[in-house]
Design a protein. Structure first.
Lengths: 351, 74
């Protein structure tokens, strides 16, 4: 079975900086001091109203195609990952196929997952290439989840940022590129991270617009994102070590043989603890969350691009990517890196 | 781990004055007993006792004594 690998990754972040100082004014200095100590996120990059996740994905894709000199006619698979689509229908991937001037023979569809979307999309692209259904895949992520958060929700506003990314996936020799995937789901935890209203289960109504303030002073309506932080943290620190172990068992390697382990960039406090808990040498991971925030499903391609930029991921590296979050859902992949050492690192742009 | 050691670590984790905290201090009376404190206690117990306490144990606990008892049960 032919393999596949990541050729290049690019990303853009929302153009507006939501600074620590602005949130100090909104939530108070003492509250923000505590939030910062618990998250490690100082500033956030957010997209202004009117900018969609697909706009960020589009910009990242244009940047990637231009830098790589990719023939657009050669792309026969477009996977767009988002939980903040332009419309209920059509699927945003169709809009992006047209906007990016990709050929009509290009299959295009969305994957509706949050924090885990990137690894799931890579697994689909890899599988379709391996099955001979595609030759060159463009995997896009793009979300503006900050627009789903109530501005007075102190549990979420300080954490979230917006970003989009583009990844080119191409065939590779066996033993190169993607080596294994580990995917899983626990829908019993779906209520821990949810926007309850706005879908067909609970349509928007006067009732869903009622603001409620919880015991800790966080205000939201049923149409805003809610997160049970303690439950998500518990899920992460119990599940992530198991995911990594299961993946490494498939490869028959130990964690000491992995060159770089990249985690979903939820927040710095959680990541530091995961590094400690998995007994990973701190220099074998990479963080890129303090200045842009948790960009949901885009955190993995963003941190991957930055790890390439700083030389932690280079040709020949054995790289593990681990994602976890809303669903609850998780995924991991191991990659023998073949992408360009230079030219594939993304840089933040405006939107 | 002794009870005194647990109280000291608990106080440090949530940023409370250890002199003002006992195993039986009502947690709901503590201003700092919030969602950030739950994470700090969860990691402290995991590191010290190798037990990851489910969040409902923390949110439902009335005192540190209840949390210590759950941690000792594993």
């Amino acid at each position: 079975m032919p393999g596949s690998s990541i050729r290049a990754v690019e990303y853009v972040v929302g153009s507006q900086k939501l600074s620590f100082e602005e949130l100090e004014e909104r939530f108070g200095a003492e509250a923000m001091k505590k939030v910062f100590s618990g998250s490690g996120i100082r500033n956030r990059q957010v997209a202004p109203l009117g900018v969609c996740g697909s706009d960020l994905a589009f910009q990242a894709a244009e940047c990637l195609l231009e830098k790589q000199g990719t023939d657009r006619a050669s792309i026969d698979l477009l996977i767009h990952c988002t939980q903040s689509p332009d419309y209920f229908l059509p699927t945003t991937a169709c809009l992006l196929q047209h906007r990016l001037r990709l050929p009509a023979r290009c299959a295009a569809f969305d994957i509706n997952l949050g924090c885990t979307q990137y690894v799931y999309a890579l697994s689909v692209a890899h599988s379709m290439i391996a099955a001979g259904l595609a030759q060159r895949a463009l995997v896009l992520t793009g979300d503006t989840m900050t627009q789903t958060v109530h501005p007075m929700d102190r549990s979420l506003v300080p954490l979230m940022g917006d970003a989009g990314s583009a990844t080119l996936v191409e065939p590779a020799e066996a033993g190169q590129g993607f080596l294994a995937f580990e995917l899983g789901t626990d829908g019993a935890g779906s209520g821990h991270l949810i926007i309850p209203a706005g879908g067909f289960r609970q349509p928007i109504s006067a009732e869903t617009a009622v603001e409620v303030t919880d015991a800790e002073g966080n205000t939201r309506t049923a149409a805003h994102m809610y997160m049970n932080g303690a439950a998500i943290f518990y899920f992460a620190i119990t599940m992530v070590p198991k995911i990594i172990s299961a993946l490494l068992r498939k490869l028959e390697v130990g964690i000491d043989q992995v060159d770089c382990v990249l985690f979903h960039q939820a927040n710095r406090y959680m990541l530091d603890y995961l590094v400690k808990k998995t007994k990973l040498a701190p220099e074998k991971t990479h963080f890129f969350v303090e200045e842009i925030g948790n960009t949901s499903g885009s955190t993995m391609p963003v941190v991957l691009a930055d790890a390439i930029r700083v030389g932690k991921v280079k040709p020949g590296s054995l790289v593990v990517m681990v994602v976890f979050g809303v669903g609850l859902s998780w995924g991991a992949t191991a990659v023998r890196w073949t992408g360009d050492a230079a030219g594939s690192a993304g840089t933040g742009g405006g939107a | 781990m002794t009870e005194d050691q647990f109280v000291a670590l608990f106080a440090e984790a949530i940023g409370a004055d250890p002199a003002m905290l006992t195993l039986d201090t009502p947690l709901q009376q503590l201003e700092m007993w919030d969602s950030v404190a739950y994470l700090a206690v969860m990691t402290m117990v995991d590191e010290q006792m190798e037990v990851v306490l489910p969040p409902d144990v923390l949110t439902g606990a009335k005192t540190a004594r209840e949390i210590l008892a759950k941690a000792r049960q594993g």
